[in-house]
Design a protein around this ligand. Structure first.
Ligand SMILES: [Zn+2]
Length: 286
């Protein structure tokens, strides 16, 4: 039988673990060849002291160096066969000055980055590809750009793979939101007890409105990753410089294993004419 291969196009070091960590480990355990394309070096991540990129002492190149090592560790944990770094600079969040850096991913013409990705696609010929939807799942410019170059690269290659976008079903989003709101309340209460008063976050009315959740009936692949949630947690933990106070780390390994047992995707291209919701991302190929 033809060697099965999976390739995901991710924006930053750590995205491979958060949205596809379970899938990667599962596929590796099944003998599927796995390839990761990481578009940026993650210069806009947190500094070692938790500093944000607008802090005067934040050193993007040093952050990228740390994150490169963390990514190598996560790749090992997830059993990823090949890591391709496109090497663009992190563009930061929408409206940040880093958006305009000519070396940023966002400022790079789509066809230029897409041609690099197409080269890897032609070498590997993965049957299944994953990236984010047109909103970059949550609006980050580098995630939007990852979406754009993936679609453009698919026009440059000589075969049609099955493309999936990652997704969170609305029903799950509801419980996550409740959890985040609970955490915000607890933080505000703890601050109040210490006499700290925080300004409410300013509302940005320019923000494009979109839903992060996907209606449950549009989720076309629901993958049970419960057998590998330990590895997924460890891969996230490998990105400790960014994950230190993420809600995943706060959950702890045991709760994480109980809670994070699924990963979801929406099918975008369907050359194998698969119907309905599947539990195997290679449905139609095996
Ligand atoms: Zn990211």
């Amino acid at each position: 039988m033809e060697q099965l291969a999976f390739l995901a196009v991710h924006a930053h070091p750590d995205d491979e673990a958060s949205s596809t960590g379970g899938l990667y480990r599962l596929l590796a355990d099944q003998g599927v060849r796995t390839v990761l394309v990481t578009c940026t070096n993650g210069e806009c991540g947190d500094g070692p002291d938790g500093s944000k990129p607008d802090a005067s002492h934040h050193d993007g190149d040093a952050v990228a160096k740390t994150r490169a090592v963390e990514l190598d560790n996560a790749v090992k944990i997830l059993g990823i066969n090949r890591l391709v770094r496109l090497g663009y600079r992190d563009s930061g969040m929408k409206g940040w000055p880093q958006n305009d850096d000519p070396d940023s991913f966002w400022a790079t013409p789509v066809d230029v980055a897409a041609a690099k990705l197409a080269e890897t696609l032609m070498q590997e010929r993965p049957q299944v590809i994953m990236t984010y939807n047109e909103h970059g799942f949550y609006g980050h410019p580098d995630h939007i750009q990852a979406h754009r170059i993936t679609l453009a690269a698919l026009e440059m290659i000589d075969y049609e793979p099955t493309l999936y976008f990652n997704a969170i079903p609305d029903s799950v989003m509801v419980t996550w939101r409740a959890r985040w709101e609970q955490e915000d309340r607890e933080r505000a209460e703890a601050d109040a007890a210490k006499g700290i008063v925080r300004e409410p976050e300013p509302e940005n009315h320019d923000e494009e409105e979109f839903e992060m959740g996907t209606p449950d009936d549009q989720v076309s692949a629901a993958i049970d990753v419960s057998a590998v949630t330990g590895a997924k947690f460890d891969a996230l933990a490998a990105h400790i410089s960014q994950m230190g106070d993420s809600f995943w780390m706060k959950m702890g390994r045991e709760r994480f294993k109980e809670t994070m047992s699924m990963e979801w995707f929406v099918r975008v291209t369907n050359p194998m004419h698969v119907e309905g919701q599947v539990n195997d991302i290679f449905a139609g190929y095996r």
